[in-house]
Design a binder for this molecule. Sequence first.
Ligand code: MIC
Length: 643
Amino acid sequence: MGKNLTTKILESHLVSGNLIPKSEIALRIDHALLQDATGTMALLEFMAMGADRVKVELAAQYIDHNLLQTDNRNSDDHIFLMTAAEKFGIYLSKAGNGVSHQVHLERFGIPGKTLLGADSHSPTAAGLSMLAIGAGGLDVAMAMAGNPFYLPCPKVMGIKLVGQLPPWVSGKDVILEMLRRHSVKGGVGKIIEYYGPGVATLSATDRATIGNMGAELGATSSIFPSDGRTKEFLDSQGRGACWQELSPDPDATYDEYDEIDLSSLEPLIACPSSPDKVVPVRDVAGTKVDQVIVGSSVNSSFRDLMTVCRILDGRRVASHLSFNVNPGSRQVLENVAAQGGVMMLLLAGAQIHQPGCLGCIGMGQAPGTGQVSLRTFPRNFPGRSGTKNDMVYLCSPETAAAAGIFGEITDPRRLGEIMKWPAVQNPTKYVLDDSSIIFPLQETENIQIVTGPNIVPFPDFEELPENLEAEVIITLGDNISTDTIMPAGNKVLPYRSNIPAISQFVFEQIDPEFHKRAKEKGNGVIIAGENYGQGSSREHAALAPRYLGIRVKIAKSFARIHKANLINFGILPLTFKNPADYDTIKQGDILTLCNIRNLISQGENELPVESKGRIILTVLDVSEKERLELLAGGTLNYVKKMK
Ligand code: MIC
């Protein structure tokens, strides 16, 4: 039986375990990726482990999220990151150099390597055939210190691509089609491998778009073969020597199958406020648009931006809307400029912002009340833009540009009536500029790490008690994202290195009293529905609730990264054995868990929870190692104990 590409890469990096879906495996990690919003905490954790030099082949710290310097806090964090990166042997990409995913693709990505990134969109590196996985900062810190990455072995979902995308349809429409078919939880526990004759029709950057938003399917990762198109991209970056061919065996098999005929796709759009509320653009055509943003975490490559430039060339955006461009990297901006694109955008009335995440993480660019915003971003969870009851749609650069011109949601194929399809290709040789990357030094003994007043030491957590009586602090529905649990945005992000301060914002959008209630009660429980904690990798969505006294979360199911983060900070991630029990628990109920240390250390999978005189059975689906971490009150405690 032939092997798929995922299995080949997993096998070549397997440190322990067997490739049996759901069983725990440990993988050797080649590259580590940190961004500033998660990197400060990850580096504090790295230091708390006593580590002094990164042990992966390459670690890169990007400054791309906290770009607004409204007071000392983001700047303090950035100085900390720069000095810590210098000390520990980490590449540092300065503010303004671009979004981690785009820059990593351009300057560092290597086919066949593994990457662990403290950002859920790390699988953008699928565009270069890397097996890239998003994880909490602590897991990335552990990997940087030389430990393998532990995860439940995923299934492999094979997506056969046939045909070729028609004009005005691009990579974003492929991943939106995946989300339309499989939903925000369709990829949980899976790596999505694209194969088949259609793959060769997609450029590395189109593949990167598809890989990036595999995170929205809940997938562990996504992967494409490494072929001539991969080589073409590496050659254009002056890095052709890194290329190697990688493909599944001709008779490879997959755990699950689906097929997309690229030629049958049409422009798609995700409606407010979930990436899987996907419909054809024509279904919502005519909706007035107030704001358009192209770029950020995804669809910020040269092809994406230059496509928009060519569409806008010689035209003006509708006078009532604001049209924004967030380049993925300085390199993208320089190359777009070299081909005249900047003038096309300026003359069309677009606003050009510095390369970075910006509005994608609510760092500015919030839409006005009741305004419709069309973005090429990866996610549109409620309130993520920074505006209450926001109406954010996700679409391709082509659809964004069409809305810019017509002032309303428009099927971009309508542009064919006024212009020729630009069919933009990535350059065969990019203008290269690494002036904003600080390379690691060998001699680092005299380097002092600067910890400004915004860097607050990591809190101490107690180990798990034998018996726990805890109150239900909140009950929630399905698909609660980490944006709801631990909001981002320019007000909250500067506290990512200050857990006491950031914890005041937990559930702020839906329950501003949550943090006070939780703190008052001492021990707390959160009850939730399916796919709890979908979205970002931010460990603060576990760390801050733990700081507020949350010891247990009982859900119908969990998203992968959030569940791992809960374990890392000693919160029990339990699921209902009988999902109907979810309806019997109300806010304010007192739940009792007896003898839990004993049960967990004995390897028990079912934990009884007493509620109102009744026993509810919950399931603890974790590995042996995770049991020890939970008992210790979290992974850091466990690591210290093992020393
Ligand atoms: C996101 O898109 O939500 C982010 C911002 O990139 C996050 C990381 C974070 O919260 O810092 C992610 O996806 O992991």
